[in-house]
Design a protein around this ligand. Structure first.
Ligand code: 3EB
Length: 339
């Protein structure tokens, strides 16, 4: 049985102190957005991974996922994980020398094995950082297409149908193959949400790749006390399945924010039986991925007006999965209350 406390106790923070979080208990996992490759390892009693997500001038930060109770950690087939009785965090890295589709499929299947063996089979949120994401794959497609192919194969072989796909982010990185991390739960609480302004990614037409991207636009985790948490996937300037405002950073940012506002608004959530009315002001743990470093001030100016004054908003300079996308934004609505 899950209690409201165990559910409320998952917290995400961006910490900028050098050396990352201290030795305090209850940390499920830490991921450093920095200028170097590290891990995955279990260090200081928690899974840790470092990803090169900018140059040496970037504002480095560590994304720390905290849980309320004591945490058990382990490693399996190169993956590092921790779990607390309700939540599991796992991180992994692959694809530095092998074919990317095969490497991704194998790493994802290994991750599915861990979550099932440990009893946390319900995927809630996944992140993927893919080095050279826009590069040609030598077969007429791009690296993102190879990644999508491997990921789709893993979900098929793992028996995960489209409606069970979790919220995700997939962006570029400055090295280290494919780095990925995820959150999963022991109890089945996830509701996967689509956006009426966007074609479900798993139904994108084949011109975007042999296998469509495997993710939902958001995932809601309900708590027994009627509150919940909403993970908003990486969202871009896509209407239907087409990129809009090619070449225009300001308009792409505004469209992305409009897409998120519709996704989290009352009308859309009510389609999934969720009685909540969220706006951009309710979001925290925001990451704004910007393709061209010089565009970061544009993103800052627009985002400063829409997110709440206490929201954590991080700006990261990496490629986006489609070459014509200039920005992708993800977020968390941490304490969703009924409207
Ligand atoms: C899009 O909507 C933009 O492949 O996991 C956003 C979030 C995007 C996740 C993924 C891709 C992914 O298609 C890109």
């Amino acid at each position: 049985m899950i209690t409201a406390t165990s559910v409320a106790d998952l917290e995400c923070g961006f910490e900028t102190a050098a050396g990352g979080p201290g030795h305090d208990g209850g940390v499920l996992g830490a991921v450093e957005y920095c200028d170097r490759v590290g891990g995955p390892i279990v260090r200081d009693g928690r899974p840790f991974m470092a990803m090169p997500m900018g140059d040496e001038d970037m504002t480095r930060f560590t994304e720390v996922w905290r849980a309320g109770t004591s945490v058990v950690t382990g490693q399996h087939r190169g993956l590092a994980y921790a779990c607390d009785g309700e939540y599991l965090f796992l991180c992994g890295r692959t694809g530095e020398d092998a074919d990317l589709a095969t490497a991704t499929e194998e790493a994802y299947l290994a991750a599915f094995e861990v979550v099932r063996l440990l009893g946390y089979p319900h995927l809630a949120r996944m992140w993927n950082m893919v080095h050279g994401i826009n590069d040609p794959d030598g077969r007429g497609g791009d690296v993102y297409g190879r990644f999508c192919q491997g990921r789709a194969m893993a979900f098929e072989r793992g028996g995960v149908p489209p409606g069970m796909l979790p919220a995700a982010t997939c962006v570029g990185s400055h090295g280290g193959g494919v780095a990925f991390y995820l959150l999963a739960t022991r109890t089945p609480r996830a509701v996967h949400i689509e956006n009426p302004r966007q074609t479900p990614a798993y139904r994108y037409p084949p011109k975007y790749g042999v296998k469509a991207p495997s993710f939902a636009r958001a995932t809601y985790l309900a708590a027994p006390d009627g509150t919940g948490r909403l993970f908003v996937s990486g969202t871009a300037s896509i209407v239907g399945s087409e990129t809009v405002h090619v070449g225009d950073m300001a308009r792409q940012t505004t469209t992305t924010l409009e897409n998120i506002a519709v996704l989290v608004g009352r009308e859309n959530l009510s389609r999934y039986g969720i009685d909540a009315d969220l706006s951009l002001r309710d979001l925290d743990g925001v990451k704004v991925y910007v393709k061209r470093k010089a565009d970061i001030p544009v993103a800052r100016r627009i985002c400063a007006e829409v997110f709440g004054p206490s929201a954590a908003v991080a700006y990261v300079n990496v490629d986006i999965c489609r070459d014509d996308l200039l920005v992708e934004i993800e977020a968390v609505a941490p304490r969703v209350r009924p409207a």
